[in-house]
Design a protein. Structure first.
Length: 232
């Protein structure tokens, strides 16, 4: 894992990382700025993909095909689903799936991608372990969980939808990009982990809490990543 790709969906999720890089080159591809340099002693590419699964998939394939990275990290914020998870806590992806993939009309279960060998994509155990260890060391004021990340082109902000995602998929958190990165990583045989700080509870209060807690959530993630880079 000598060359790491880090993807965030929004400027806030990558700006602090870019600011700490020893930058060697900035390249714009498909409207995305790829910052290629050294981050905390590791060769890395940091990029803002944009919001949603299509943007994330395109971004991930560029990292795989052009930069030929060894590992992938998706960092950002998410809505908490699993009961004990509080705003500010961090979820690491044991696995991930697309909750809005719906081919039930053809007899598939909800979330299953037709004609693919698998629809659930598993995070790399080494990256998960290093991320968890790092979070516990540098963020003792919050909890870190390893669980399923569910992704869809939807901002989850209703109690009914939250309950559905927990009951149907056993989701720990919900966001809009991670499973797309994971699927492309799987197709390219690249190890990955999704690191999501909880900015809201994915319920009727989600919009208000997201705006209030996004900044602190990103601080926790940056601390985690810096410590993690020293371990991998």
């Amino acid at each position: 894992m000598n060359y790491i790709g880090i993807i965030g969906a929004m400027p806030e999720e990558v700006s602090q990382l870019i600011a700490q890089m020893e930058l060697t080159e900035k390249t714009t591809i498909a409207g995305m700025d790829f910052y290629d340099g050294v981050l905390w002693g590791k060769k890395a590419v940091v990029v803002k993909s944009g919001i949603g699964k299509v943007n994330m998939a395109a971004c991930t394939q560029i990292l795989a095909s052009i930069y030929k990275i060894d590992a992938l990290i998706n960092t950002g914020v998410a809505g908490g689903l699993y009961g004990p998870i509080n705003i500010g806590d961090i979820v690491l992806s044991s696995d991930t799936l697309q909750h809005d993939m719906d081919a039930t009309g053809f007899g598939y279960d909800l979330g299953v991608i037709p004609q693919m060998e698998q629809s659930v994509f598993y995070g790399d155990k080494i990256l998960i372990a290093k991320a968890k260890e790092s979070c516990e060391e540098v963020n003792p004021d919050i909890s870190v969980y390893v669980g399923r990340v569910v992704s869809g082109d939807q901002f989850i902000s209703s109690d009914e939808k939250k309950t559905f995602l927990v009951n149907q998929f056993d989701g720990y958190c919900a966001e809009m990009e991670g499973a797309a990165m994971a699927q492309v990583a799987y197709l390219n045989q690249i190890p990955f982990v999704i690191i999501r700080a909880i900015s809201d509870k994915a319920d009727h209060s989600a919009t208000m809490n997201y705006n209030d807690f996004e900044e602190q959530a990103i601080v926790h993630t940056v601390r985690l990543l810096k410590s993690m880079f020293a371990k991998i």
